[in-house]
Design a protein around this ligand. Sequence first.
Ligand code: ZN
Length: 111
Amino acid sequence: MRNRKRTKNKAETRIVVDKEKWGVNDNTYAIPPDFYYDVEYECSDCSERSVWTALQQKHWYEELGKTINSFAKRCQICRARINADKEDQKRHMVEMANKPEHPNEKFFKKG
Ligand SMILES: [Zn+2]
């Protein structure tokens, strides 16, 4: 639990864990927590402190069915940057795939 702690916000939101949905993809006997709390963490990229809200956690674990061992690592800005990079890569791949084949290309391909 290094690098994560509950926020000091006294008016923090607390959201009940739906134990039917929690960890369904994990095949685990781990005991579900009773509540999600806002958690503060340090972005692994820019070291900025960020808050992973109870609501975001509920969505992550219950709606998206993510593993209970996963945890927010990057702040919103770094995530957006990485997603933008991925989009660029995807666009590039599509461009390459749609590029007409060079006449000599077959020669260099195996199989
Ligand atoms: Zn960041």
